[in-house]
Design a protein around this ligand. Sequence first.
Ligand SMILES: Cc1cc2nc3c(=O)[nH]c(=O)nc-3n(C[C@H](O)[C@H](O)[C@H](O)COP(=O)(O)O)c2cc1C
Length: 419
Amino acid sequence: MKRLDDFRMQMGRHELVPIMIGGMGVDISSADLALEAARLGGVGHISDAMIKTVTDRRYKTKFVKAKQALYKYNAESEDKSLVKFNLEHLVEATKLHVEATMTRKRGSGMVFINCMEKLTMNAPRETLKVRMSAALDAGIDGITLAAGLHLGSFALIEDHPRFRDAKLGIIVSSLRALQLFLKKNSRIGRLPDYVVVEGPLAGGHLGFGMDWAKYDLATITAEILNYLAAEKLNIPVIPAGGIFTGSDAVSFLEMGGAAVQVATRFTVTKECGLPDDIKQEYFKAAEDDIEVNEISPTGYPMRMIKASPGIGDGIRPNCEAYGYLLDANGKCAYVTAYNRELLAHPGEKRISVKDKTCLCTHMRNFEIWTCGQTTWRLKDTSRRVEDGSYQLLTAEHVFRDYQYSTDNKVQLPEISEPA
Ligand SMILES: Cc1cc2nc3c(=O)[nH]c(=O)nc-3n(C[C@H](O)[C@H](O)[C@H](O)COP(=O)(O)O)c2cc1C
């Protein structure tokens, strides 16, 4: 019986353990988590979502305060189109996070950065170009293009000196999305170095409609593998979404996947950026406690734990400080929904906005608990300790479990010594 460790992913001259820990926004896939994946010979991701908030928290910068002060005059306004990102600060923050991560890298694996196109930041092209270029300048091993079709993203960095040497990949949820990407980029003469195929059971935003349950990862992966073989395109394919055990992973590698991308099992590790009390919410969640809803202003469905405090909250939009989801016209679906509720409930101190959420504020404060569909199984991957809480795992433990387990088994951690 095969184990995941019987396989290797070849990416250029790199031979990797075929485990990629997916990007999880606003520092859930922390540098510590990504670095563990690299140390163990796989691939880890940091994320550039809300990068200025991340550097303020991690490296004591003051980017958010500075932006808030600059646009303070606009806080009461319904119109957020004036709120722009300072591109120099964006470069500085990105470089800081990437450099600080890469200088600590050990082992034979790699660290990539997850770049979501949906973070449109009131100037989609300019900000995305700066984000990707700064990450390349700062020595990131690769960039995973996420949350969007990214039809113009390669063109934004084609003149960068590292464009052909850094690893560049894209996340798709359908063959159609991959075909569009390849067609749009054929002029550039550079294929992606890998394609992550993200199915409907993943965490974060989904590349499906609310009919996500009709789709399944193995079918989409097979379609994409067949297409690439027919076109004689040799691009590593990396399935993602709902791969919970080493045996699940092996089944995808046996069908031709080059590696797997996993995330949910790492949300309850010590290295994960979620606060420890929220990791307990992930452990405790039952299957019924998880939903896919449409409250994200991005327009993509998103999976989360129903008890997330951000759901239904009617906080005043804080685009002056954040504003990562303002589109090219300076609009965000939450701002629109908030203004509508404000108008409908004049004079009320606290309003509730049910159909959209202020994703920037709530992701920043860990109040939207996005998660994969298999989150309800996390309780079976650990032990309960005396006070009833679950023992946090180490990233190494979960990584090794994927790498070496067979028979759909999950190895429980050693019993930890009481603190
Ligand atoms: C808490 C959490 C946050 C996530 N955030 C992002 C994100 O910011 N960008 C992204 O491309 N994918 C995101 N994802 C998706 C993962 O990178 C990954 O592809 C997927 O969850 C893998 O499926 P699994 O969680 O069932 O292992 C997130 C997943 C989780 C669980």
